[in-house]
Design a binder for this molecule. Structure first.
Ligand SMILES: [Zn+2]
Length: 97
């Protein structure tokens, strides 16, 4: 699996966990759906392509200010929880700092 595909999967998982715990919806609420669409689109257009590092370590800030705040909140909330939901996914990257 390519890095982009992998990161997309992680992104979707994190937004799902965040929405379920914070917005108490069975499916993604409109706001989170929009954020997800945005995040996935940014990943597709990432100038680093398959060589990219994870977005939170990326030197290029391609997110709009508002979206960046939103995604930061999601990552801060879901990041540590992902270990329980998806222990298989390599999280070394997220916590290598
Ligand atoms: Zn939501």
């Amino acid at each position: 699996m390519g890095r982009i595909a992998q990161e997309k999967r992680i992104m979707m998982c994190m937004i799902k966990v965040y929405c379920a715990k914070n917005h108490h919806q069975k499916q993604l609420c409109g706001e989170c759906q929009e954020l997800q669409d945005y995040a996935l689109k940014r990943l597709e257009h990432c100038r680093y392509g398959e060589r990219k590092s994870f977005c939170n370590q990326c030197p290029t800030h391609c997110y709009q200010k508002l979206r960046k705040e939103q995604i930061k909140r999601v990552m801060r909330f879901s990041g540590p929880r992902m270990i329980f939901y998806h222990p298989v996914i390599a999280f070394r990257h997220f916590f290598s700092k």
